[in-house]
Every structure is written in structure tokens, then in C-alpha cells.
Design a protein around this ligand. Structure first.
Ligand SMILES: NC(=O)c1ccc[n+]([C@@H]2O[C@H](COP(=O)([O-])OP(=O)(O)OC[C@H]3O[C@@H](n4cnc5c(N)ncnc54)[C@H](O)[C@@H]3O)[C@@H](O)[C@H]2O)c1
Length: 455
């Protein structure tokens, strides 16, 4: 099939490249000239494991190309995917500027009927708006389909190639059939393609992300409570996750969720509910609790070292909002860094993939270390914010020597509290009892109490 994709970001690039890999002719368009030029040379502007290799192969095979010319995209394809950004507007609602701009471009350049598939995450009713824009400005017939994307950054190619399900919202049989054919190679193992109306498909995406964000937030609250009552969230997590009604995924507490999706989608759902006069207290709570959770690490640092951190230096490991991505949008690390800087501290950051993005956002306010260990030199403590594999089994002996004091704040519960204590660290994590350095035999102490004693 001849496929056009608008947007060469995380979603558009993966979508277009994977469709090309299955033998379709794909053209991807973006307004960012630099990005398109680099892609044309086979260089991907984001970190996404496995993507560059497939992209280069399909470029070489002539099944994939890139352009800044929207006319080229529209005239080369029978089916057009919209995968542009839908960031949060000032009031939290999804900003549809880019989606509607693409609809106008399609209407302007189409020389016949097209299927327009919206892959961006958009509020219920956007399909109708897109249909109106197309009808206003073009005499041709368009079918508008909603096909929300569920890929995760860091495993985007695998998620796209083997989706748990494909959701297709459509009002027309022929569009359904084309979507069924296009996706057939991806769901050969029997995972479902769920056909529904456009509004339900749009809602499905928000419901999925809001559910996951709520689950994380719930566990963060349980973790905070565990700290105060002397329970261990790791054990609670296993205890509840083995219940088949609950399941083990997405139960890991941490320093709040970030990224380009959950925070904005929670807010957009909150706004969508507002607009139709429906109170959605859970969404408000998820949003508020998550903002507070991003401050938990900074609070732990201040409880340990005092409110005035002037003259102190901290090493922050991880800026990306999660491992295996360079995306730092709404990353908890940015809040942690801000909190430390506002209290007067110096901060040295290291991230295996997100240093360029970090530089763009943090500028000269922090020191950029060339390696995880370099960040530790002269630091009073290490603060781990992202769960990169390379942070999971570090050389603790070396860390203890490099840090001014052996103190570790772990926002991802990467290390075992008892082992850290045996290694001589003061170790603070999320929702688990803290262990005094060298006090393994006398057992854990409730963090809230311990913090005061050590402060
Ligand atoms: N990133 C994810 O993990 C993920 C997962 C599922 C769904 N989504 C949703 O997919 C959408 C895209 O997300 P993303 O992370 O890929 O965004 P992104 O910011 O990485 O990429 C968006 C791209 O669209 C381009 N663009 C903007 N206006 C354009 C126009 N008029 N014509 C052509 N290109 C244009 C931008 O230059 C940019 O390269 C969003 O709605 C997002 O919520 C994202």
C-alpha cells in the first residue's frame, strides 16, 4: 500500500518505518527541515533502540523516504497517517493546532479521495473536527479513522511490530478493510484488532493512559504510606501483583511519572470531563499526587542535608523520564534538579542518552558529566532518578570512594537496602525502610523517623 505519515517524531517515525518494513511504500513528512535532512541520510534524531537499522534498510530498499513537502506526502499516498504532537495547551487541554494544520494541508493537496488516520492522541470529537476541516476545504471524499498508538518509548519498534492490540475507530467499511489489511502482518499471532466507532477509539487511548498513570500513582501513595508505617513496598507489590485480578505490571513506585504522554493525557482527560460538566476527581488527584511525588527525592535530600544546600554538590544519575529513551519531557529529574538548585546546591548530571536534550533544557545551570562516575567526584551524595541498566549494578566500592559522603537517594528502588547498608551507605529509597549504614543486623528503621535522627 502507499502510505503517507505526517510527523517524524517518536510515533510517526516508528509507524512509517514499520509499515515500510512490511513492504509498503512510505513517505514521511515533517515541517522540521533539519530533521528531514538527517533522516534522508539514515540518521535518526531520537534514541530508539533498533529503529535506525530498520530505517536504513528501508531507505536503501527505496520503500521509505522523507520530505518537507506536504503535497508530496498527500499525492504519494492513498492512506495518510497523522502523527504530529498534541501538547498540553495552557489550560491542560490537548492543543490540536498541528493536527488541524495537517488536515488543512491534506484538503489543500488531495486530488482525490483519501483515508485520513489519526494516530496522535486527541480528545473525543477530534475526528469530527478533522472531518469538518476536510469537508470545508476540499471537494473530495475522505474517510477519517482513529487509530491511537500504544507504543512505549524504549521498546517502540517491538511494540509496533507486535502490538497487544490494534484499535481502529471508523465509520466506514472500506476504511476498516484497508486498516485490517495494513495491520494484518503485525497481528499474525492472533492479537486482536478492535474495531469500534471513532469516539470510542479516541477515548480508549486516554482511558488506557489514565489507567496506567492512576496505577503508578496509587503505588506511589502506597509507597509513601509504607515509609511512614514501616512496611516495605517491594513486598507489598509482590503480594498484590500475584493476584490475577491485579497483575504484576506497572506496580513499581518511583519519583513520579513523566514523559510526553501520561502527564499531558491525564490533564487532557481532566479538561475533557470539565468541558462536559463531569467531575473526574480521580484524574485531579492523579495529577496533583504526581506533581507532589516528583518532589519526594528533593525532600529526602533536604531532610538529610538541611534546607540550605549551599556549598553542597549532588550527582544526579538519569535525566530521561525513563530508561531506554532520550526523552526528557516532564521528566521527574528536571524537578529534582530544580529543587536542589533552588536550595543552593550544585548539581552534576549524567544520562547515557539524554545529555543533548538535558543541555537544551538545563543550560548552564548544571555540570554535565562525561560518565556516571565523573558525576560523583566531589559530590555529597548520589541521587538516582532514571532506571538505566548501567546504573543497576555499579561499582559500589568505587562510588563510596568517589563521593564525599556515602549517601545514596534512589528514586527507582534499584538497589537492595540491606546490601547498601552492609556496603556502608546511607541509603534512601521509595517506600522501603531505610537501613543505617552498617546496621544490617539490627534491621530496618522507619525512614521518617530515621531521617530526623540523621539530619
Ligand atoms: N511518544 C510516545 O511514546 C507516544 C506514544 C503514543 C502516542 N503518542 C502520541 O502521538 C503523537 C505524536 O507524539 P510524538 O512523541 O511522536 O511527538 P514528537 O514531538 O516526537 O513528534 C511530532 C513531530 O510532528 C512534527 N510536526 C508538527 N507539525 C507538523 C505538520 N504540520 N506537518 C508535519 N509534521 C509536523 C514535529 O516537527 C515533530 O517532528 C502525540 O499525540 C502523542 O501524544 C506518543
Amino acid at each position: 500500500m502507499r502510505v503517507g505519515v505526517f510527523g517524524a517524531g517518536y510515533v510517526g517515525l516508528v509507524t512509517g518505518t514499520c509499515f515500510a518494513e512490511m513492504g509498503n511504500d512510505v513517505v514521511i513528512g515533517d515541517v522540521d527541515e533539519q530533521r528531514i535532512a538527517a533522516l534522508g541520510r539514515g540518521r535518526i534524531p531520537i534514541y530508539e533502540p533498533g529503529l535506525e537499522e530498520i530505517l536504513q534498510r528501508n531507505l536503501e530498499m527505496g520503500r521509505l523516504r522523507f520530505t518537507v513537502d506536504s503535497r508530496d506526502v498527500v499525492s504519494s499516498a492513498e492512506i495518510l497517517f497523522v502523527a504530529v504532537g498534541t501538547p498540553a495547551g495552557e489550560d491542560g487541554s490537548a492543543d490540536l493546532t498541528h493536527v488541524l494544520a495537517v488536515a488543512r494541508e491534506i484538503a489543500r493537496h488531495a486530488d482525490g479521495p483519501r483515508i485520513v488516520v489519526n494516530k496522535s492522541t486527541v480528545p473525543v470529537g477530534t475526528g469530527r473536527k478533522v472531518r469538518e476541516v476536510l469537508a470545508e476545504s476540499s471537494p473530495h471524499a475522505f474517510q477519517v479513522v482513529s487509530n491511537p498508538e500504544f507504543l512505549k518509548e524504549g521498546s517502540a519498534v517491538e511494540d509496533f511490530m507486535k502490538p497487544d492490540r490494534v484499535v481502529v475507530g471508523s465509520d466506514g467499511d472500506s476504511a476498516r478493510e484497508i486498516m485490517r489489511r495494513l495491520y494484518a502482518p503485525f497481528i499474525r499471532t492472533g492479537n486482536p484488532i478492535c474495531f469500534m466507532d471513532v469516539e470510542s477509539a479516541e477515548m480508549t487511548k486516554y482511558a488506557a493512559n489514565a489507567m496506567l498513570a492512576t496505577r503508578i500513582t496509587f503505588m506511589n501513595e502506597i509507597a509513601n504510606l509504607c515509609e511512614r508505617v514501616g512496611a516495605n513496598v517491594d513486598e507489598v507489590r509482590i503480594g498484590i501483583g500475584s493476584d490475577r485480578r491485579i497483575g504484576p505490571a506497572f506496580l513499581f513506585p518511583g519519583a513520579g511519572f513523566g514523559g510526553s504522554c501520561f502527564p499531558k493525557d491525564v490533564r487532557a482527560l481532566e479538561r475533557l470531563a470539565d468541558e462536559v460538566g463531569y467531575e473526574f476527581p480521580i484524574m485531579r488527584a492523579v495529577h496533583a499526587v504526581n506533581e507532589a511525588q516528583k518532589r519526594v527525592l528533593g525532600e529526602k535530600v533536604r531532610t538529610r542535608f538541611g534546607d540550605d544546600l549551599t556549598g553542597r554538590r549532588f550527582a544526579v544519575w538519569g535525566v530521561a523520564f525513563k530508561a531506554r529513551t532520550d526523552d526528557i519531557r516532564e521528566a521527574p529529574a528536571l524537578v529534582v534538579v530544580d529543587d536542589l538548585l533552588s536550595a543552593g546546591a550544585e548539581v552534576a548530571v549524567f544520562d547515557p542518552e539524554a545529555m543533548d536534550n538535558a543541555r537544551r533544557v538545563l543550560g548552564d545551570r548544571v555540570v554535565y558529566a562525561g560518565s556516571a562516575h565523573e558525576a560523583l567526584t566531589g559530590a555529597d551524595a548520589l541521587v538516582v532518578v532514571t532506571e538505566w541498566n548501567e546504573f543497576r549494578f555499579p561499582d559500589f566500592e568505587r562510588i563510596r570512594k568517589e563521593l564525599k559522603s556515602p549517601v545514596v537517594f534512589d528514586g527507582r528502588n534499584l538497589y537492595d537496602p540491606r546490601t547498601m547498608s552492609e556496603l556502608g551507605f546511607e541509603y534512601f529509597s521509595i517506600g522501603r525502610p531505610s537501613w543505617r549504614a552498617g546496621a544490617a543486623r539490627s534491621g530496618p528503621t522507619v525512614a521518617a523517623g530515621l531521617a530526623g535522627e540523621q539530619g
